[in-house]
Design a protein around this ligand. Structure first.
Ligand code: RAM
Length: 359
C-alpha cells in the first residue's frame, strides 16, 4: 500500500534537483525507467555549429505504434520539419506497441541507409542492439517521447520534465477527489520507458504527507490498445468498488477509460485524469466524465525531434551538453544533461479552455 499527501502544485527546485541527481546516480538501468537517465552514450563525431543543414536528408520516424492519433500528429510535425530543411521524412512502424516489431523496422531502415532514425521506444533495452547496429553504420539516432538506455541513442527529445509530469498527474487527481480515497493507474505497456518513469514520480509524490489518505491500489496495463484499456478500466471498477479516481498517463488509455466511465454509473463519481489529446477528450469533458487532464503539443514534439535529427545528421551537433542548434519555428534549442532536450511544460485542459485547442 502506498500512502501519501498533497503539496501545492508547485515543484520545489531543491526536490527537483535532488531527484535528478538520484536518477542520474542510479544510471537509469532499471527496465523501463531510464527517461533522462545517465550512462554511456555514443557521440556522433565532432560538431561544427556553423555546418549547414545538408539537403536531401532521409529521416524516418518510428513511433511506438502507427494507429495512435498522438503519433500521427507527432510524426506529421516531424515530417513537416524535415520538409522545411529540404529532406525526405517518413513514418513507419508497427500497429501494436511492441519492441520486437520495432526491431524489424530498425533493421529495414538501417539497410535503407537512412540518415537518421527518430524512435519512441517500446522498451528501453530491447531495441538497443538494433539501434547500435544502425549507429555503427553512420545513422544518427534520436529518441523522442519514450527513451532507450543512453547507449541506444545520440539525443533524447523529451516532451517535458518527467518529474513534473508524474507529480502534476497526482496533484490534478488529488484536487478532484479531495485528497482522499483509493486510486489506480491505467498505464500503457509494462515496459514503456516514459510511463514507467512518470509512475515512479507519481509514487514518490504520493509518499508525501498531504496524500496520507490516498491509497494507490493498482497499476493496470492497457498496452496502448483501446479495447484492452477499456476492459482494464472495467476490471478496476469491479475489483475496487471503492475506487475514487484513475490516472491514465497515455492518450490511448485515458480516452478508453473515459469512454467506459461515461457509459457507466460511475460517470462523474469516479474521477479520471491523465494525458490525453484535446480532440479525443473534448466530449468527455463536455459530458462531465472528465474535469481536467494535460498534454504537450505532440506536433511540436515531432517537429523538434525532426530538427534535432537534421542537425545531428548534418554534423551541427553531436549530442554533447551545451550544444545549440536552430529548431525552426521553435527557435534555438540547447542540449542538456545526458543528451536530453526538453520541449516545455504541458498544458492543463478543462471545460474553460478545451475549445481553444485542435489536436
Ligand atoms: C500514448 C503513448 C505515448 C505517450 C502519450 C501520452 O500516446 O503511450 O508514448 O507519450 O500516450
Amino acid at each position: 500500500m502506498i500512502r501519501f499527501s498533497s503539496r501545492p502544485a508547485v515543484f520545489g527546485l531543491a526536490v527537483t534537483t535532488a531527484l535528478t541527481v538520484l536518477v542520474t546516480a542510479c544510471g537509469g538501468t532499471t527496465k523501463g525507467e531510464v527517461q533522462g537517465g545517465g550512462g554511456a552514450r555514443p557521440t556522433a563525431g565532432k560538431a561544427d555549429p556553423n555546418a549547414p543543414i545538408k539537403k536531401g536528408l532521409k529521416i524516418a520516424f518510428l513511433p511506438k505504434q502507427v494507429n495512435n492519433p498522438y503519433f500521427t500528429i507527432a510524426d506529421k510535425g516531424g515530417t513537416d520539419a524535415v520538409a522545411e530543411v529540404d529532406g525526405t521524412g517518413k513514418e513507419v512502424g508497427p500497429s501494436d506497441a511492441s519492441a520486437s516489431s520495432q526491431v524489424s523496422y530498425i533493421n529495414t531502415l538501417t539497410q535503407q541507409q537512412q540518415d537518421a532514425i527518430v524512435i519512441s521506444a517500446n522498451d528501453p533495452n530491447a531495441v538497443v542492439p538494433a539501434l547500435k547496429q544502425a549507429m555503427s553504420r553512420g545513422i544518427k539516432v534520436v529518441t523522442y517521447d519514450s527513451d532507450t538506455t543512453p547507449e541506444g541513442r545520440h539525443v533524447f527529445v523529451n516532451q517535458a520534465s518527467a518529474e513534473d509530469i508524474g507529480r502534476s498527474q497526482v496533484q490534478l487527481l488529488a484536487k478532484q477527489i479531495g485528497y482522499k480515497g483509493e486510486i489506480a493507474i491505467l498505464s500503457a505497456t509494462p515496459n514503456a520507458t516514459n510511463q514507467n518513469t512518470w509512475i515512479k514520480y507519481m509514487k514518490d509524490e504520493l509518499s508525501k504527507p498531504e496524500y496520507k489518505d490516498m491509497e494507490l491500489v493498482k497499476v493496470a496495463y492497457g498496452n496502448d490498445d483501446d479495447q484492452k484499456s477499456f476492459q482494464e478500466t472495467q476490471g478496476l471498477l469491479k475489483s475496487y468498488p471503492n475506487l475514487k479516481g484513475i490516472i491514465s498517463p497515455t492518450t490511448v488509455g485515458v480516452a478508453a477509460a473515459a469512454r467506459y466511465l461515461s457509459g457507466s454509473p460511475y460517470k462523474g463519481k469516479v474521477k479520471l485524469t491523465g494525458l490525453g489529446t484535446p480532440n479525443q477528450m473534448r466530449k468527455f469533458v463536455k459530458d462531465g466524465t472528465v474535469e481536467a487532464f494535460e498534454l504537450w503539443k505532440p506536433g511540436d514534439l515531432g517537429y523538434l525531434a525532426g530538427y534535432t535529427a537534421a542537425a545531428l545528421a548534418s554534423g551541427q551537433i553531436s549530442g554533447a551538453e551545451g550544444e545549440k542548434f536552430n529548431a525552426g519555428r521553435l527557435g534555438e534549442r540547447t542540449i542538456g544533461k545526458n543528451g536530453e532536450i526538453i520541449l516545455g511544460p504541458p498544458t492543463v485542459f478543462d471545460k474553460d479552455n478545451i475549445n481553444d485547442f485542435d489536436f
